[in-house]
Every structure is written in C-alpha cells, then in structure tokens.
Design a protein around this ligand. Sequence first.
Ligand code: MN
Length: 312
Amino acid sequence: MSADVLMQGLRTGLTPFLGLPLCIDPRPATGVVLGAPCDAGVINRPGARLGPWAMRAASMGLGSHPMPERLREGRPVFGAPAARGWLDGGNIPALPFSLRDALETVQATVGAWAMTGCRTLMLGGDHSLTLGALRAHARQHGPLGLLHVDAHPDAADGAAWGTDIHHGTWLRQAIEEDLVDPERVMQAGLRAPRFDDEELAFLSVVGVRMWTPADLRDPLMALRLNEDLAAVGRGPAYVSLDLDALDPILVPAVAEPVPGGLTFAEALRLIHAASQWAEPWVGADLMELAPTLEGAEASARVAVHLALHLLA
Ligand SMILES: [Mn+2]
C-alpha cells in the first residue's frame, strides 16, 4: 500500500482491502476480494457478519508485498496485488436474516465475478457461506479440489439441529451436490470434539484426506502430506480457511475456538503448498472472524496476513 492509498483512506474514511481499487460491478480482473457480512449459520457465538469490516480496517496501512519465507533462497518478487489486477469488490449483499437467501446472494455475486474469469477471495462471514461460493465456482469448472483448513470437519448431516444448513454442514452438502471431488479434498487442523463418529466415517468413506495438527507436524508423514496437497491441486481448486484452525491464542475472536491449533507458520506452509499447484486456485475464503468477541483486533490482523500470502 502506497502513501497515496493511505492518504485516500484518511480523507474518505473508506478502507478498501489492502488499498485495492474499489469496484463493485463485476468486470474482468485477475481477482476480486468480496466481503460476506452474514453469520446466520452460526450455532453458538455470533459476530462474523462484521468480519469483512474488521479485516478491511486491519489491512489499512499494511504493506502488500509479503516477505519471502527465506531471503537466502533468492528473492521472489510477487508485486502488489493491485498491480497484478486485484480489486476490492465491496461486500456481497447477503442479509444476515435468512441463510438460504444469503447463500443465493453469495452464489450470484461470486458467480457474476467468476463468469468474467476472475478469481475470488471471500472474507467471511460464517463458514456456511462457502457453500454459495463453491456452487458458483463449480458451475464454471466442474467438481473442484478443496484445501479446507479448519478445527472442525463441517460435514455434519441435518440430524443434530433439524436443518441441513449451518456452519457445520456445508462440506457434506458440497460433496453431495458434486461441487467438490472428495478424493481431491484435504482437511487440515481437525481437532474439535465431536458428538459422534458419523461425520468422520462419512468423510473417510468418500475418500477425504483428513489431517490433525499432530499429523501435520509428524516428520514421518511429510511425504504423504505433500502427496495429499498435490492431489488437491491436480485440477481447479478452492482454498477455504476457517480461522478457528489456528490456535485460539492467535485468533480468539471466532465462533468456536478450540485449543491446540495451528501456528501461523503452519498455516502459511499450507498456503505456500498451494502455490505449487498446476494452476492457481480459482477461489479462496477466510471465514469466521467475529470481531464482536474478545481479541478481535489481533485476530483480524492474523487474518489479513494470511490473506496477503494467499494473494501472493
Ligand atoms: Mn468451519
């Protein structure tokens, strides 16, 4: 972000994400950042409807060239996201009163941008909205690969709450609707206690690749980890990050924090693995930041830094 952009933010009071050009009408571009201000799918602690505002505010005044991981290994030049054709498309007008309506709005808005060949980065919002974005991108590309970073498997059926849409069911829906190819779905960071074993049984039967934090850290599993990450990226793929995948010491302001999560470096390693894929991801999201909860500012900052690396 240049001083000009910072000055523009000070003068107008508007803080487009990372100072990207603001453009709410879909048009051809490299990619677009879209806020998704809805948390109608949250079971327990609400607040994610305000996530997009918190992330835009936390991105104000931040440099947009991430430091390469190791300076000794040469100097990859990413260039600023704005220079590479990224836009801030404003918010998806997803009202937080009706999840079904919100999902349609997410699908329509993400779809309108995707139709122009644009990649999308959605800032949530609760995790149920990922289903809308997957519907939009799968319509363009067919069943997608999915890197799903989360403390929870998000593949419950409708039994627990008598409804098949909330932030713990979207992956089940996406698999049943053929939006993703289950054998190209990898989950990382899983550790939340479960009500029963049904979810994990379903996921393993359809071939989803599941990773706990301990498995991710096990040097004996490194080869398989690389194989699984590469499998996701064998075709068009989507990256969905629930911020509760990270440890609640880093990101406390989420609906369902679970101790024992990923470090920032571990989350980055997963994002960097995606940069080895045959083609760039078609869509990504950062979900569940609830800035009404304690630790909001620090949590938003972590989210923005993850976004920077996703865009790079
Ligand atoms: Mn989730």
